[in-house]
Structures are given as structure tokens and as C-alpha cells.
Design a protein around this ligand. Structure first.
Ligand SMILES: O=C(O)C1=C[C@@H](OP(=O)(O)O)[C@@H](O)[C@H](O)C1
Ligand SMILES: C=C(OP(=O)(O)O)C(=O)O
Length: 425
């Protein structure tokens, strides 16, 4: 697609529902008794993959605009699939559903697209095997068949701070014999824990560093309202902070503290972001308003990465507009996402003339150097977050640029361009 120099972004938008919470609402709805209704469900390709997988496991799911109704079958009511379970592009679907299927009395074969088939699955195969499931896989990648087993509870310390791995172990532990205790090296997003607390409060207890799962408890269907996705809001928070003259309000954004790392970094940079209209249901939310401001450089290290893991490409863009050298380290996990996001951000930002250096575990960016467009053919590498980051970057380029496979935005934010057009008016 072709773009030209942009005007300030001004106005108010309501962004789509949170991707992580939308996936989990289907999973917990499916394994509960009774009906679960989900409002403001994210109808993006990733969440539709999760929805189709549960239909293939025999669950009745009805859709009406952004409302979804799930008729739960309980933990023992899922049916053996007669087709391959297609996870599309979604790491979250694959890893969380692997945990659930690890305890089911049948075999399920999971497949995915080219990008997902390159992503590591050993991180769920190892703990789930330790609990009693068995896996056939292509060198610990998709396609992968999980043979559900009779699971035993265990004590497990996560080797990486990953909400997907933690959630896979939680979903398996609900079906195990005896309790499971999970220790986290540093806190990752806790949507699974909060949802479990809502659907089945007796199943979970937690302290600052440990989660204990008690199997065999009842699950009751719920009415879930999904807040806006802070990882989608982040594109507008960054756009508002870097495009001169901008002021953007984003309504009803999820501000779970395990997800708000981007707000902390913006604050340290001197960006102006205000919060109003706080709500607190299963997940806290607020309206966020950002205004253009001068930005100071920042440093982000390993301990902050889990709270902003999907926002690292956007942090690189913020750094490229800051008045100094910024450094991101401890981010090697970025190499295992839809693309190698450290390598791809470096490659694509260099085309914009941004001073960026790739580290084994991060990035160094000098925002003081003016940008010079060196190559107008940008490439999303089929990665939704790269596509949207490059689109926001292109707002500051006064020549047309192309973004190859921009359609990747459909993975998490199908209405991204509609919201951009609204803010440009
Ligand atoms: O649990 C989740 O919903 C997610 C966890 C994160 O992945 P990791 O668990 O691999 O860090 C994140 O990058 C992904 O977009 C969504
Ligand atoms: C990494 C992401 O998602 P997933 O792991 O579910 O593919 C993402 O949305 O940036």
C-alpha cells in the first residue's frame, strides 16, 4: 500500500477487545457448565482460530456482532476432533490449547501457518510431558500431535517468563491428579489467573511468586466484558506522542498492571498520557489521552520486558524520536514471535534512515539523527505488529512508502486503518 505525509492525529476512538482475554474467554467458556457470554470479543484472525478449534472440539459457539455465546461442555465434555486443529498464526492458541488437550482422553493434531510452524513448542512439550502427556512433533514444532494422558500435578518453575507456558501448565493442572504449584521467575500477564478466579474460584490460590492449582473444582459460565487491548492502544499512544500536534483519546483500554509497561516507559520519557474513567471488573480499564511532547531517551532491561513484550517494536519507534540514545536489553524472546522482531525492526528501520543497532538480546537507537528514506519498500514480514509499527513510522515520512503484506494487521487489529482514517480527519 502507498502512503503520504500525514497531518496530526486528533480525536477519540474505541479500539477492539483484548486478544489475550478474548482467547481465554472462549477456552474458559468451553470448559465451564452453562453459557458464557463475551462482549467486545476481538474478532481478529487469531481469536477466530481459537473459536474454530473449539467448534472442532464439539463446542457450540454463536456470534452476534462483537458478542459471543459459548455453550460450555465442562472439562470432560470436549469431543475428539475429526480434523486437524488449525491454529493459524496464533502462538497463544497453540500453547494454551496444548495444555488443555494434554489432559483429554484423545489425540489431537495441531497445524499452523508458515510463521507459527517455525515457533518453538518445546517450552510447552517439556512441562506437559513431565505431567504425563505425550507428543509427536516435527522437531518440537508444528505440526504436532498431543496424546492426552492421565496427568499428575507437579511443582514447576518456568524457565522463561511466558504467560503462554504458564497458562498451558495451568490448563493441564486443572485436569491432573493432585495440586500443581507454578513458580514464575518474573511476573507475566495474569489474565488466565484472573479468569480462573472468576470461573472457578476454588481452583486457584496465589502469592507474589507462586500459583497453586487445585483440580476437580466446579466451573460456572460467566458474562465477560473484554476491555480494549492495550497492545493495540499502544500504536495510538506512540503515534500521539511522536506526530506533532496530535491529541488522541482511547476509550476503555485494559490497564492490567502486568501489561502496562508501555505506560511506564512513556512516563519516563516525559510523554503526556492521562487516565480517566477507571473501571474495575475482572480486569481494570481506563480512558487514555495522549498529547504530542518532546521525548527523552530510555533504557529497558529484562525485568521490564514481560510487561511490554509485544510493544518492543513500538519502543524502538519511540526511541527513534527521542532526544538521545535509548537501549533495550533482555529481549531475546522477541526472536521467537511471528517474526524475529529484533532483526526485522533493525532491517526495516534502516530503510527509513534510523540509526539502529541490533544486539543479541535487544536494540540500541539514536533518536538524535534525522531520518532519511533510503528504501520506500518496507516489509511487514507477515507480522501484524511490524506492519502497524511501520505504518505509524510512515506518518513521519514525507514521501510515499509501501508496506508489503500490510494485511497481516488482521491477526490482531482488523480495523486499524479505519481508526487511523478517523484520527486523520
Ligand atoms: O498469553 C498471552 O496471551 C500472550 C503472551 C505473550 O507471549 P509469551 O507467553 O510467549 O511471552 C505475548 O507475546 C502474546 O502476544 C500473548
Ligand atoms: C506474539 C503475539 O501473539 P502470539 O504469540 O499469540 O502469536 C503477538 O500478538 O504479538
Amino acid at each position: 500500500m502507498v502512503d503520504s505525509h500525514s497531518t496530526p492525529l486528533r480525536g477519540t476512538i474505541t479500539i477492539p477487545g483484548d486478544k489475550s482475554i478474548s482467547h481465554r474467554s472462549i477456552i474458559f467458556g468451553a470448559i465451564s457448565s452453562g453459557t458464557t457470554t463475551v462482549s467486545h470479543f476481538l474478532k481478529s484472525a487469531d481469536c477466530l482460530s481459537t473459536m474454530q478449534v473449539f467448534r472442532d472440539l464439539g463446542v457450540n459457539i454463536q456470534e452476534d456482532d462483537d458478542q459471543v455465546q459459548i455453550k460450555g461442555l465442562g472439562l470432560t465434555g470436549l469431543q475428539e476432533p475429526t480434523v486437524d486443529l488449525d491454529m493459524g498464526n496464533s502462538g497463544t492458541s497453540t500453547r494454551l490449547i496444548s495444555g488443555l488437550l494434554a489432559g483429554q482422553p484423545f489425540a489431537s493434531r495441531m497445524v499452523g501457518d508458515a510463521s507459527l510452524s517455525k515457533r518453538p513448542m518445546g517450552r510447552v512439550i517439556d512441562p506437559l510431558t513431565e505431567m504425563g502427556a505425550t507428543f509427536d512433533s516435527d522437531d518440537r514444532h508444528l505440526p504436532m500431535t498431543v496424546h492426552g494422558g492421565h496427568l499428575q500435578g507437579m511443582r514447576y518453575r518456568l524457565p522463561v517468563a511466558s504467560a503462554q507456558v504458564k497458562s498451558a501448565v495451568i490448563l493441564a493442572a486443572l485436569q491432573a491428579e493432585g495440586p500443581t504449584v507454578i513458580e514464575e521467575p518474573s511476573p507475566s500477564r495474569d489474565h488466565t489467573e484472573r479468569m480462573l478466579q472468576t470461573f472457578s474460584p476454588q481452583s486457584i490460590s496465589r502469592t507474589a511468586h507462586e500459583i497453586t492449582i487445585t483440580p476437580g473444582q466446579p466451573f460456572a459460565g460467566q458474562a465477560i466484558i473484554v476491555p480494549g487491548d492495550i497492545s493495540s492502544a499502544a500504536f495510538w499512544l506512540v503515534a500521539g506522542a511522536i506526530v506533532p500536534g496530535s491529541e488522541i483519546t482511547i476509550k476503555n483500554v485494559g490497564i492490567n498492571p502486568t501489561r502496562t509497561g508501555i505506560l511506564n516507559v512513556l512516563d519516563r520519557m516525559g510523554a503526556q498520557v492521562t487516565q480517566t474513567n477507571h473501571q474495575d471488573q475482572v480486569e481494570p480499564s481506563a480512558d487514555l489521552t495522549v498529547t504530542f511532547s518532546d521525548l527523552q531517551p530510555f533504557e529497558v532491561g529484562a525485568e521490564e520486558i514481560p510487561g511490554l513484550v509485544d510493544e518492543v517494536p513500538l519502543l524502538a519507534l519511540l526511541a527513534a524520536r527521542a532526544n538521545g540514545i535509548s537501549k533495550i536489553t533482555g529481549a531475546e524472546e522477541l526472536r521467537f514471535k511471528e517474526s524475529d522482531r529484533l532483526q526485522v525492526v533493525t532491517q526495516e528501520f534502516k530503510k527509513l534512515g534510523i540509526q539502529i543497532e541490533e544486539l543479541p538480546d535487544g536494540l540500541v537507537i539514536d533518536g538524535r539523527q534525522p531520518w532519511h528514506l533510503e528504501d520506500a519498500n518496507l516489509d511487514s514480514h507477515d507480522d501484524h505488529r511490524i506492519a502497524m509499527t511501520l505504518k505509524i513510522a510512515s506518518l513521519l515520512v514525507d514521501k510515499p512508502v509501501n508496506i508489503k503484506n500490510f494485511e497481516a494487521v488482521n491477526i490482531s487489529y482488523p480495523t486499524f486503518m479505519t481508526d487511523l482514517e478517523h484520527l486523520r480527519k
